[in-house]
Design a protein around this ligand. Structure first.
Ligand code: AMP
Ligand code: GLY
Length: 429
């Protein structure tokens, strides 16, 4: 089968790595893909790469799909989904794993999701959607704090501000409404601060059937001890101990299934992977946010644990026959991921530093390194080419030994300009 994969990060490298193991896979069409993903080419797998087609260039992606007629298009990031890539591919008669633009609203508009939760009694933080400063200030005055301000639209994971100080919150609301996150923050969601433990639940959906895939826990802050700025994620592990079978069932019954039913009722059935960010306390799970794609780096640990062939799973979602899918098989071993980022991330970073000894690091047992932002130079070898650069993943008899493998591999990597958190997994250990 021919698989077109949209994206170029660590998440897409992990998806490609897993899909390449499918006996049904014969060809990848990558847009834009990465040098690391090119290395998946083998006697069985042909890899074509279109590095000039960006992951958010919907029209070019549709044209590419029409030219190559893949058996399935797998979309990694959220932006092209919010911009209607899945709709346009379907219109062109091409099978796609990923939701329609209407269903992608679950991620693309926090106001949409809050309104849906309110209307269908889905447990979430109390909130108000505002688009003017006075309204924002008035609602903030009614809250005890800390204050949570969210840009309504897509802001690359950076559109949430939390502060203890009411005056600061009012100023932040003003700045956001005045365009701090561009159009994304022209409308804000202001919500009550939730306490508890955060976990992410990934659910496969085909518009009718929903199958919980797995849970994971992420580390969003840049530095050890959950300090520093928010990032796209500095490391994670799966399973998440707090999302045991009973809690997963509760989240499915109270949050996921009511959401999917609501979406279908509203004429926006959701197909693809639904990623629910949950806050869990004694009263049960509450929804923090939805994403309409795999998490990055959560996808990487899911792919390390999944034993079933991924290709039929994605095809079943895309074709609407998930109910016929045999139960997913998972490794008994947990998996962990430690992200190596370029110094300066999540702010400005310098590109082009040489990364040495990756080849030896990859010999660490049970370890697989996914590339999130690298480039291969024929003279110098691997070079850093992004903010998050490498995803060191490992499995192990328990989480602690999985993490030992990750950190042993990192110790071998020669890249002084990189940094990583040394406390991944602290909550679960
Ligand atoms: P989001 O982009 O909505 O996932 O928010 C980013 C992070 O902000 C989350 O992972 C939480 O750690 C935190 N957060 C978001 N909403 C809330 C809330 N209502 N209460 C407490 N923390 C929150
Ligand atoms: N790691 C968080 C995200 O993918 O949104």
């Amino acid at each position: 089968m021919k698989i077109m994969l949209v994206g170029n990060g660590g998440r897409e490298h992990a998806l490609a790595w897993k899909l390449a193991q499918s006996p049904m896979a014969s060809e990848f069409v990558l847009a834009p893909g990465s040098d690391a993903m090119m290395q998946l080419a083998s006697d069985q797998i042909r890899v074509l790469r279109f590095d000039d087609i960006a992951a958010d260039n919907v029209l070019a992606l549709v044209t590419l799909a029409q030219e190559h007629q893949p058996d399935i298009v797998v979309v990694g990031p959220e932006n092209p989904l919010a911009d209607g890539l899945a709709d346009k591919l379907k219109l062109a008669g091409i099978c796609v794993f990923g939701p329609s633009a209407a269903a992608a609203q679950l991620e693309a508009s926090k106001a949409f999701t809050k309104e849906l939760c309110a209307r269908y009694n889905i447990p979430a933080a109390r909130s108000k959607t505002v688009s003017c400063e006075i309204e924002a200030a008035r609602y903030l005055d009614t809250l005890p704090g800390p204050y949570v301000l969210k840009a309504d639209g897509l802001a690359a994971g950076k559109g949430v501000i939390i502060t203890d100080d009411l005056q600061q919150a009012k100023q932040d609301a003003k700045d956001m409404l005045c365009g701090q996150f561009g159009k994304a923050s022209a409308t804000l969601v202001i919500e009550e601060f939730l306490t508890g433990e955060e976990a992410s639940l990934f659910v496969l959906c085909d518009g009718k059937t929903a199958i919980p895939m797995a849970g994971a826990q992420d580390h969003k802050r840049a530095f050890d001890g959950d300090n520093g700025p928010n990032t796209g994620g500095m490391g994670c592990y799966s399973p998440a101990p707090i999302l045991d079978e009973a809690m997963t069932q509760t989240a499915m019954e109270q949050i996921i299934k009511p959401t999917l039913l609501a979406m279908t009722k509203e004429g926006k059935p959701f197909c693809g992977i639904l990623y629910a960010g949950l806050m869990i306390d004694k009263s049960g799970p509450k929804l923090i946010e939805y994403n309409v794609r795999f998490g990055d780096p959560e996808c990487q640990v899911l792919m390390r644990r999944l034993q079933s062939d991924l290709l039929p799973v994605l095809l079943a979602c895309a074709k609407g026959n998930l109910e016929q899918l045999p139960p997913l098989q998972w490794s008994k071993e947990p998996a962990a991921c430690v992200v190596m980022a370029a110094s300066g991330y999540p702010g400005q970073v310098k590109k082009g530093a040489k990364i040495g000894n990756l080849h030896n690091a990859e010999k660490e047992p049970k370890t697989v390194i996914f590339h999130a932002g690298t480039k291969y130079d024929h003279k110098q070898g691997w070079l850093a080419d992004g903010g998050r650069v490498l995803n060191i993943t490992a499995s192990g008899a328990d989480l602690s030994s999985a993490l030992d493998h990750c950190y042993n591999a990192i110790a071998m990597i020669d890249w002084p300009q990189g940094f990583y958190r040394r406390d991944i997994g602290w909550r679960a250990l």
